[in-house]
Design a protein around this ligand. Sequence first.
Ligand code: P1T
Length: 403
Amino acid sequence: MHEDHKMHIDTKVIHAGQRPEEVTGAVMPPIFTTSTYAQSSPGVHKGFEYTRSHNPTRYALERMVARLEGSKIAEARDPSCGGFAFASGLAAMGTALELCDAGAHIVCMDDVYGGSNRLLSRVRARSQGLKVDYVDLTDLNKAERALKSETAMVWVETPTNPTLKLVDLTEIAKIARKKSPKALLVCDNTFASSVNQTPLAHGFDIVLHSTTKYMNGHSDAVGGVLVTGDEALCDRIRFVQNSIGSVMGPFDSYLVLRGIKTLGVRMARHNESGLRIAHWLERHEAVERVVYPGLASHPQHGIYKKQMRGGTGMITFFIKGGLDEARRFLESLRVFQLAESLGGVESLVDHPAIMTHASVPPEMRRELGISDTLIRLSVGIEDCDDLMTDLEHALGAAVRAAT
Ligand code: P1T
């Protein structure tokens, strides 16, 4: 396992941090559905006391994501090598925020998932006194001005949900180390997946995934992970994970680990179909504008080329017309399902203003451009021609409704 970092990503997603189970040689880890473990004498046990604190199935997943994100922490040093799994992406975020003291200053990317915005602004601002400044971190001058010497955390999402802005991780890390030496740098890597982007390599301290999305990839489990490559920080996260207890259960851990085995081939298809559909939409008469990191027209396409290995299946576009046209389009799709979430094998479509980002204050939505005509596609791994036929049909229905 110490050679994990030398493997290519398609091998890592299958083997990293894994080994046959010791008793039977089972190639996949058993689902250890136990809450507790027998001790032969008080305090004498096999390293497992209670499942909130220790679970072999969860450890197997945690070691996998730790290695995918490039943590080199040895298993002898930490049983899950710096990876930590939680009941949801937001549970992972809530735990990461517990690394901050009451009243701490946080600089957060302006465009983030609506639920992340809600947790910061409407829960932790009250209960923990966090002072959050939302800043467009695609603008390094704005970042420089927002970061203070006392800033405790920098929260980045890239690509952002749903406007797909890209933050230059290397540059933000450089500026933050200079201006805010105490700050923990966290990147929500949910939209990119570990195949397309690895923030620790750019100088970040912690990576977060909602594993509900690409990592699991099958829309059948809600979960989240945190990864760090720093031993001291790993100890702090282990302490808060156990103290708060919003851990991922063993069955979900198994499902997510199983899903990750195909992450390499899934992302290759998502990246390929995403780019093809983005190009096609860009030329479509019913489409006002397309935002996709892999398109030359993307405002941060240079950052895409520098820090990402694929554009993913996430495409944001603005349909011509207004809410009526958007509704007609969304109601007319057959293969794409209108649903919250993303990153699964099946194609989904979302109307962020009404659905996933309804909890973002309206004036902030306006500033970010999350309008009634903004449509978010999560392109799945179905046949790409079938997906384009479906989109063509629904765009046609929207155009007909308008005329
Ligand atoms: O849903 P949960 O597993 O708790 O993850 C929250 C989360 C965190 N970060 C990002 C970037 C996310 O997109 C999400 C969840 N997002 C959706 C459900 C959505 O449809 O956008």
